[in-house]
Design a protein around this ligand. Sequence first.
Ligand SMILES: *[C@@H]1O[C@H](CO)[C@@H](O)[C@H](O)[C@H]1NC(C)=O
Ligand SMILES: *[C@@H]1O[C@H](CO)[C@@H](O)[C@H](O)[C@H]1NC(C)=O
Length: 424
Amino acid sequence: MAVLKLLSVLFLSAQLCAGHRGRGSRTGAEFGKRKKVTYEPQAVFRVFSPEVDMEDTCTVKLFQQQTLQSCGFNSSHPLVIITHGWSMDGLIENWVTKLATALKSSQKDINVLYTDWRTLAHQHYPIAAQNTRIVGRDLAMLLMWLEDFIQVPVSKVHLIGYSLGAHISGFAGSNLAMSGKTLGRITGLDPAGPLFEGMSASDRLSPDDARFVDAIHTFTQQHMGLSVGIKQPVAHFDFYPNGGSSQPGCQLHVKNLYAHLSQYGLMVYHFQFRIQLFTQIERIDPSLSITLTGTQGESETLPIVLEEEISGNRSYSFLITQDRDIGDLMMLYISWEDVPLWANMWSRMKTIMPWRNKDNEPQLTVGRIRVKAGETQQKTGFCAQSEDSASIHPAEQKLFVRCDENPLRSRRVTSRRRHQHAPE
Ligand SMILES: *[C@@H]1O[C@H](CO)[C@@H](O)[C@H](O)[C@H]1NC(C)=O
Ligand SMILES: *[C@@H]1O[C@H](CO)[C@@H](O)[C@H](O)[C@H]1NC(C)=O
């Protein structure tokens, strides 16, 4: 039983009696209230402060609440925890300070912690790789304590891990999941490949480790090739900024991370879209944008970023993020921005090519639109108002409203639920 297995590992020293079978959510609270807990994390948790050198930053001691106060931790602020990777020299790497500084300056009211596991990371790679589980557990313990004692919900915590640190963040998330808690977000930056590539989801960073997992694969070949990034997708959204080829030079990954975080924010509400598009043109790269209307508000007009050009009749995925909750999606507008340059090219092409289409304009036909909301994991479909209104031309905007994709199935689910809640 997963819960008991976690208990035996985590609370061995706390001597929980064997007959006690609390549910995950309760046990977390119980251990928090215990006076004497002897769990000794091997990692050190540092609270970043812009004025202080990273080596000298204040450290938080598990179960010692006063260390939070003396480190200036504010429980009403969001929490981001940065975790480093394999260490060649046992020093704190530059990018950690840079990233922490960038986070602090972009959002003043934020707690930035740093998981310092250098004693376990400054080892031969396979040993450091094995140690990621230990550090993941340490991190999970810290977060459980923070939630139960300091009222910092783990669902609002964002872990950012580089290389082996990405897997540590994943193990922290899976440890929490075993206690019935769901971590908010993990951003994996070049999650390490060796000893993790091809492993099962429980043995590496994976989408079930947090409500939202994103990974950036830049393949910066640092550390003599041993910190080479994992190639397989490991997240809800995997970004391959340079198409997945290897990148020469160093520190590029930090720049990528800045760009990524400024595009996708820190604390995000997100929607995963899958949209079917059909075009008669061989290849097209239109600039599309979307506006969402939810039960609690409306989004700005946001660009739709597809991984590739549109061709034929296919489905494409994209991600839309928001820094506030707009509730359940009710309708959306998709628009095709008319880029003058493109229009010019189009008229030139028309003169060169005998176009077979009756319409003298390019058009996109929108088929199925499916959306999964990150907060609720709820899946919904959106439909055009009529067959005609499913086609978009340049400089046009079309409305799509929420519709039941599979009315029969969802009706059945609803009636089953009703039975559960109100037994006759
Ligand atoms: C924590 O932050 C809140 C809101 O930013 C502020 O009102 C409060 O005074 C802060 N608490 C401490 C102990 O600094
Ligand atoms: C595109 O493919 C889907 C099936 O995947 C089909 O239902 C739809 O009619 C096709 N659209 C066009 C315009 O051919």
